[in-house]
Design a protein around this ligand. Sequence first.
Ligand SMILES: Cc1ncc(COP(=O)(O)O)c(C=O)c1O
Length: 386
Amino acid sequence: MANSQEFDALRPFYAMEILAMAKQKEAQGIKICHLEVGEPGAQVAPEVRDAVAHALQNEVQGYTHAKGNASLRHGLVDYYRLQHKVIVDPEDILVTNGSSAGFILAFLAGFERGAKIAVTRPGYPAYLNILTSLGFEPVEIELSAAQSWRLDADAVRQTHKKCAFAGLLLASPANPTGAMIEREDLQAIVEVCRELGVRLISDEIYHGLSHGMPETTALEFGNDAIIINSFSKYYCMTGWRIGWMVLPKDLVRRTEMMAQSMFISAPSLSQLAGEVALKCRPYYDAQKAHYVSNGLVLTRALQEMGFSNVCQSDGAFYAYAQISEFSDDSVDFCQKLLERGDVATTPGIDFDRVNGNKFVRFSYAGSRDTIEDAIEKMAGFLSRPL
Ligand SMILES: Cc1ncc(COP(=O)(O)O)c(C=O)c1O
């Protein structure tokens, strides 16, 4: 746990900086294996492409309702009914410009300005950067490899005792570890939050990408949490900038009014794409199968190369591995791996400002060829002195 003074400066998003360096090398004609950015290499489903192409030719693309098209919101109601057996009121759904816009709205609509909001460490770096940019105070809950990077109710309670916070933001599956919170543990967290008067924000962006454990939405335990989700990952739509929130009743109108002025509406073509994508699960499940087998190959190779604490994640498409065998400076390690080995990865310091120098995140959402090429290049890089 750390206080606000440690967070008052914005930090770079190192994944994006490494990406920029990799692009520079590519501009010189050098082939780079991209394992740094967490985005699927696959196209959207063919039905999505067809529907969007047709709409582009035949329909004016104007602003939509600030909460999103009714047809998309009804599609999302069906999604919750079919995947989670939960009934959601379409009026409680707000379509956003990616989950990134959802965080901004959730923090601003759900909390007093300056409120303390807990996040996990390691965790998705934008959480801290958005919170500090908006004047909120992050409180970190430290997770450990020994506990498979999983958050539990006890850690929430213990951290709250030391530093009472008004909100808790969690992700399951999580970035960068791919760790998931089991159903009964999530229920316990929801209950502890209720007892402590903490508003829960559940980032469910990696839903659809679990490797076996059933996915649970916080909505299964009531409708007092703010749910954030996105078409970016499972639906292979990072560049379409489209996501959604499911809001507790008391926040619907307030969030809608903020969204009207901040974003007007989410992109109309992306809303259509999302609506169609919801019906293309067989295509997306096939993409997931690639990630799972990529993950098995990469995890085994990392273990063989001498990385430690590498385990098969519960979901998403990341391996978070310890580099202590090679270096105690993850930024330096990733820069050298890119410069000399032509493999782009993300330094753990992006996700954990305290212990992240000991870790590197590898995204295995790309093609099998990329993974195999990267393994060969990394083995060559590690066989020479750093
Ligand atoms: C945990 C998590 N939440 C949210 C996002 C942002 O996603 P979006 O593209 O929906 O804004 C990411 C992106 O990597 C992520 O890892």
